[in-house]
Design a protein around this ligand. Structure first.
Ligand SMILES: [Zn+2]
Length: 273
């Protein structure tokens, strides 16, 4: 990759950062975590796929990719019963955070984006299940400090075209394209013999193909492209938001914890993906 193609905030120097931002004031935030993805795939599948989508979107449509948020919400909300179901008592070797930490972090990440001169953020979560709360945080932030945003989990990008899953044909196909060297499809049969059991692997994992992965990723990027095109990207400069200004915003979000979708476990928390 040559210097002009660099889109990652942490790898840009000020001149190139400002040039990219001023040409297209959109920032992308990839979100994922380490969680079990069967015997065939690495723990960070969600992170890797979200990062790839954001990098590719910034290269195609313009903008800058913010540092990846590679810790995410798990063990609460719908994820709690899901974990019991797919792990069968086995240690999931999970790198997760409680909801309030991730949600408050996102609030301050949005502040950093607005203060950094961006007019809109695209937040792509490779981890499904917490996005309603992520959207709720973005709504609270934008109500206090106007800022365009789009927040989605990757299966939402291809709704109606593909059905999202966990460590199954859908997800594994994507990683076959993004980083095929990280996939070991020949290990799919270990669910029957390995002491780790299923390790959250979906029964159709071995059906993953590069062709399907490409189709899913293309459709996802097309969706992001439509979102980017629809942003208004206000020309007027925004006031600097001090950290202290977010304290009441967070307090309002926190006061409504009972309604978070990641609240501890919801009565209707049935995993669909
Ligand atoms: Zn996943």
């Amino acid at each position: 990759m040559n210097v002009q193609d660099e889109v990652r905030w942490e790898r840009l120097k000020p001149a190139e950062f400002i040039a990219r931002r001023d040409a297209c004031p959109i920032v992308y935030l990839p979100m994922g975590l380490c969680e079990p993805h069967g015997h065939v795939a690495p723990f960070g599948l969600d992170t890797i796929k979200a990062e790839w989508l954001c990098l590719e979107a910034a290269r195609r449509f313009g903008g800058v990719v913010a540092p990846t948020q590679s810790w995410h919400i798990h063990e609460c909300g719908y994820h709690a019963p899901w974990l019991r179901e797919v792990m069968d008592g086995i240690n999931p070797l999970l790198a997760a955070l409680p909801a309030h930490l991730v949600l408050e972090t996102l609030l301050y990440q949005l502040r950093a984006f607005r203060n950094g001169g961006f007019k809109a953020a695209v937040v792509i979560s490779g981890h499904n299940g917490a996005q309603d709360d992520l959207r709720m945080v973005a709504r609270h932030f934008s109500a206090a400090f106007p800022f365009e945003h789009f927040v989605a989990s990757d299966p939402e990008l291809v709704k109606g075209l593909f059905h999202g899953d966990h460590a199954g044909r859908y997800e594994i196909s994507q990683l076959l394209v993004v980083s095929g060297d990280l996939i070991a499809l020949e290990r799919s049969g270990r669910v029957a013999t390995d002491a780790l059991g299923r390790f959250a692997q979906n029964p159709d994992a071995a059906e993953a193909t590069v062709e399907e992965g490409r189709a899913i990723l293309d459709a996802s990027l097309e969706h992001i492209g439509q979102v980017v095109k629809a942003f208004h990207l206000a020309a007027e400069p925004a006031d600097f938001v001090p950290m202290a200004a977010l304290v009441p915003v967070w307090q309002a979000i926190d006061a409504d914890r009972a309604h978070w979708c990641t609240a501890d476990p919801l009565p209707l928390a049935t995993p669909s993906l």
